[in-house]
Design a binder for this molecule. Sequence first.
Ligand code: SF4
Length: 269
Amino acid sequence: MSLYYKPDRKADWNFGGPRWRLSRSKIGLFQECPRCFYLDNALGTARPPGFPFNLNSAVDALFKKEFDIHRAGKTAHPLMEKYGVDAVPFQHPKMDIWRENFKGIDYAHPETGMTVSGAVDDVWVNPKGELIIVDYKSTSKDESIVALEEEWHNGYKRQMEIYQWLFRMNGFTVSDTGYFVYANASKDREAFDAKLEFEVTLIPHVGNTSWVDGTIRDIKACLTSTAIPEATEDCDYCRYRDMAGKKFKAHVEKNKSAKSEKNEQKLFD
Ligand code: SF4
């Protein structure tokens, strides 16, 4: 029995329903494939969720605890000192709401009437009073993580830019430079000993939020159209769906012809 996947979501949670919001991850899905986005948000059938990454969540929770100690003390975390970032974790009464999934920071976009939202990992502040958007990431790779140069990292960068835009729309002054706090688990040890060791690096990203407003308008146009958008080329999900359909069709046809051959045989027996 499926525990939490609902292939036909209640209309309340779809575009036009009272609980629907344009989350940061939905914007990411629209950029990945407008057709899957439309199926999810206009028609109410989302992709099945992936398996939850509990180890990544554990790292995020520990980072949060660590930075919260410095937030309370208004002190710089050693990582900020190591990388020469003149900032401290930002104190604000809404910090916990901004970090909570399904709550987060939001903004009612006047031109489209859609509420845009996202739950941020952390916010720091520099001496000029500019907010710095921070995203925690974790992985396990042989090489040190010092830059995000792969094409698939663009999704991470756009994610940060949406948070920068959301905080600006909420009236804050936001630095163009945000940071990824990257924890990389080492496999280079004699034995596991029930411990993982991480190298933590800080990677800056100079964000550009100029695309966000236009994308939100494109999303509104997509959702209010009755036309089903194009699918992305080379998507593994669609290739799987296509192949599954073709195999079922071929299977049914093969069995049909086997049956009719049998029936024909019977006539001549
Ligand atoms: S290409 Fe198909 S399966 Fe892939 S994301 Fe788009 S609609 Fe979904």
